[in-house]
Design a protein around this ligand. Structure first.
Ligand code: FAD
Length: 427
């Protein structure tokens, strides 16, 4: 094939290289660094991919715009990194194609990552529901990844913002950075999502995907607190900081975890989880008494304790403050009436509302407070085995930039490790 990359001699003996890109643009710089694999993004997925490719003997560079790699890892899990989940399966992920994640998750499992953590003697514990956290700090996980990178000969370049990726006529890629360009045989986009913009996010991954003909699904904040309109908020705001175990449901999904009242609405694991399934304008259902058949319970109480009020009854199962607010919310001016004096139909209505309270959120707190981005690079045009583009040889997408979004509980990191490993085996 006729090569359109060439060397220029410009006075003296200094060599410059130039390449005519697919777009017709000619780029020049002092001999570009050449790599087998250039990974854009030094987050969980990018670092895992780098380690895996480096271990295969590939010459790897990881480029990241941040001052240092793995910033979201440090922030994660309240500083203790919920690095995986013992019960990981494809059911813990949202995607247009719910089967897509299966292959990578089977290739690199939660047990594989746990073994790596154990190799470094990092102390960890299961917090709840299979969620594995560091005993000490997220820094332990980042140190592990950086040590593995070093051992595999991976080069990490921080403060390197990528502005574009283009194909060279030699079927390699030119990765344009704010400080020149590097050439690589394979390029892996591990640029993450749009959540937590203070961490320095960008939509480069989506842009590059579109540039090479990929579809990108609509994206929106997920694992995000929900807000309430002023009237409803005025009832719940006094509970700000209180949490209660509930079942939150929406669109056929239910999560039994804690709900946390905030000064803007609802948060806590149950709400973060259901936020990924909720669509603006829809109601969510809250079961405030998940262990109780509310109808039978109220009927029995009416028989046995005729003078008892709802607030007193509820306070036997939830905090006194929540009992008071729920009572006022459900019974309004009848809140002080003993159960035996409730008019016909009230008991049924109270039972229904306690078990299936229909709440209309006003919105969510946006990317600023979202743990992840729902949607992303469409899985249809990616190989589930290798994460390689089906449209452009040598181009890979991994981690959160792909339309695979995990539940809360270590699943997003497990996807980052698994997809990073899968691409690293082939890139
Ligand atoms: C507060 C918080 C807590 C979380 N806690 C957990 C948890 O405990 N467990 C869990 O499983 N998940 C958790 N998550 C989600 C998890 O952090 C992400 O899903 C995961 O980090 C995604 O990894 P990634 O490598 O795909 O992307 P990221 O970690 O986001 O990395 C992407 C990298 O690409 C770089 N980049 C982007 N654009 C460019 C560009 N143009 N040029 C150069 N570099 C670029 C960014 O600087 C960044 O370093 C949490 C998220 C947040 C926000």
């Amino acid at each position: 094939m006729h090569s359109e990359s060439y060397l220029l001699e410009t006075g003296g003996d200094k060599l410059y290289s130039a390449a005519l890109l697919s777009t017709g643009k000619v780029i020049t710089m002092a001999s570009p660094d050449r790599y087998d694999v250039a990974i854009i993004g030094a987050g969980a997925a990018g670092l895992m991919c780098a380690i895996t490719a480096g271990q295969r003997g590939r010459k790897v560079v990881v480029l990241d715009q941040g001052k240092r790699p793995g910033r979201k890892i440090l922030l994660s899990g309240g500083g203790r990194c919920n690095f995986t989940n013992m019960y990981t399966s494809a059911e813990n992920y949202l995607s247009e194609n719910t089967h897509f994640a299966k292959s990578a998750l089977a290739r690199y499992t939660q047990w594989d990552f746990q073994a790596l953590v154990d190799k470094y003697n990092i102390p960890w514990h299961e917090k709840t529901l299979g969620q594995l956290f560091c005993d000490n700090s997220s820094q332990d996980i980042l140190n592990l990844l950086l040590d593995e990178c070093q051992e595999s000969g991976v080069e990490i370049r921080s403060r390197s913002t990528i502005t574009g990726v283009e194909q060279t006529p030699e079927e390699s890629f030119a990765v344009m950075t704010d400080g020149g360009w590097v050439e690589a045989e394979s390029v892996v986009l591990a640029t993450g999502g749009l959540s937590f913009p203070t961490m320095g996010v960008s939509d480069l991954g989506y842009q590059i995907a579109r540039q090479f003909g990929h579809d990108v699904t609509g994206t929106r904040p997920a694992l995000v607190p929900l807000t309430l309109a002023p009237e409803l908020l005025s009832h719940y705001q006094p509970l700000s900081g209180v949490s209660a175990e509930v079942i939150a449901s929406c669109n056929g999904q239910s999560f039994r975890e804690n709900l946390l009242f905030t000064h803007k609405g609802f948060s806590g694991p149950a709400i973060l989880q259901i936020s990924s399934y909720w669509q603006p304008g829809q109601k969510i259902s809250i079961n405030w008494l998940p262990d109780i058949n509310t109808q039978e319970w109220l009927e029995q109480q009416r028989e046995e304790r005729q003078r008892v009020t709802l607030a007193t009854l509820l306070a036997e199962h939830v905090s006194r403050r929540l009992a008071k607010v729920l009572t006022e919310q459900i019974l309004a001016e009848q809140a002080d009436k003993p159960i035996a004096q409730w008019r016909k139909g009230v008991l049924e209505r109270v039972a229904e509302q306690l078990a299936n309270d229909q709440i209309l959120p006003a919105g969510d707190e946006g990317y600023k407070k979202a743990e992840v981005t729902l949607g992303g690079v469409c899985t249809r045009q990616l190989s589930s085995k290798t994460m390689e583009s089906r449209l452009q040889k040598g181009l890979y997408f991994i981690g959160e930039v792909v339309d695979v979004t995990g539940h809360l509980g270590g699943f997003n990191f497990q996807w980052a490790w698994a997809s990073g490993y899968s691409a690293g085996m082939y890139a």
